[in-house]
Design a protein around this ligand. Structure first.
Ligand code: COI
Length: 357
């Protein structure tokens, strides 16, 4: 409780002095870290119970060089966003889904995790403590990054004896440098993101380190990102480095089923529900690379990327371009608008997904 009080005290003095919105070039936000005022931190020992968290100034943390996360990659992260509504309040999008996903991932990574209640409460506290960094309506969002790591010291391979849970935030704009314009993907046929039995379905930090090389090579060739195929048949779509993938053919929207090698995206799941509610047929199944090349439209979903239309796909030297309004398909546009109107509170929350602060 002491930590929370400290947060409230600092907040009170901060708000009487600071303007309601931070002094930042809100017109030119990208997806880079902008340091904010506070971060949330709590730890737990081998009993698995996290102590009541503290809100502390954003900054470096002290970690043993022998910590589980630094040596053996025992770490998970999450990502969610807060939007400022036109009339002032701040909206979170489905934070309990992130809390649950972190708990599932933690089991796979042999880590204790905060309860759903503690996670959601910590997210709320962190956003409120950094309220002035939530972009003005229409200028972007506050990206919230919860981190769970084995912070205790190990030498032999084993779960760490202590864990740290942190939440920091950063105002962000569009993820891809293309902004809202369609992105250009290359299908990767050498590197794979995940294998059956591996950790592809959890948000462990190592999954993201392992795609950096393929992504770097693709970016050097001018592509926005990489689309991975399954490691067994080398034929079925998995996901993009930072997001899930959907293909549209007529009124049918298909996306790879989440069966262990694909991240169960919260935006993915939300888009499926929004599409069903709009009368589309949605299929979660194996989707082949041939279907991708023959699709009417392709789009990606993720917290960071939201709904990103795909303008072209390159596979084994062959480039396919998708039609649409400047490359943005009508279905992608419709789903983007429906989802973001809910997230930003521009439309009544008929799904009950937002949490108002
Ligand atoms: C997110 O969309 O929140 C992610 O975690 C992807 C990350 C690479 C930015």
């Amino acid at each position: 409780a002491r930590g929370v009080r400290r947060c409230e005290a600092s907040l009170a003095s901060d708000y009487t002095q600071a303007s309601e919105v931070a002094d930042l070039d809100w017109e030119n936000l990208g997806f880079g870290l902008v340091q904010t005022d506070f971060m949330y931190i709590t730890k737990c020992g081998p009993d698995g119970n996290f102590s009541e968290g503290e809100m502390v100034p954003f900054g470096p943390i002290s970690l043993s060089p022998s910590s589980g996360v630094l040596n053996y990659g025992q770490g998970l992260f999450e990502g969610l966003k807060a939007y400022r509504k036109t009339d002032g309040p701040i909206l979170l999008f489905r934070p309990e889904e992130n809390a649950l996903r972190m708990r599932i991932g933690a089991e796979r990574m042999c880590m204790p995790a905060p309860t759903v209640e503690q996670f959601v409460d910590a997210v709320k506290q962190t956003v409120l403590a950094n309220k002035r960094w939530v972009p003005p309506t229409g200028k972007g969002s506050l990206y919230i990054r919860p981190l769970l790591m084995g912070s205790g010291a190990v030498l032999g391979l084993a779960p760490a004896p202590e864990y740290t849970f942190i939440i920091f935030v950063s105002p962000v704009g569009n993820y891809f440098k293309e902004g809202l314009a369609p992105i250009n993907l290359i299908v990767e046929d050498k590197f794979h993101r995940a294998t059956p039995g591996g950790t592809g379905s959890v948000k462990t930090i190592g999954n993201y380190a392992s795609v950096l090389l393929a992504q770097k090579i693709a970016k050097e060739k001018g592509y926005s990102d990489v689309l991975y195929l399954d490691a067994v048949h080398k034929k079925y779509l998995e996901e993009v480095s930072s997001c899930n993938i959907f293909v549209v053919k007529g009124d049918v929207i298909s996306t790879p089923a989440v069966k262990g090698t694909i991240l169960p995206g919260i935006t993915r799941k939300s888009i499926i529900d929004v599409a069903l509610s709009k009368g589309f047929q949605v299929e979660e199944r194996l989707v082949s690379v041939e279907e991708l090349l023959e699709a009417d439209e392709v789009f990606c979903t993720g917290t960071a990327v939201v709904v990103s239309p795909v303008g072209s796909i390159t596979y084994q030297g062959k480039r396919v371009e998708y039609a649409g309004n400047k490359g943005v398909g009508v279905v992608s546009q419709q789903l983007y608008t429906s989802l973001t109107s809910l997230q930003m509170g521009q439309e009544e929350d008929w799904m009950g997904w937002t949490v108002q602060l």
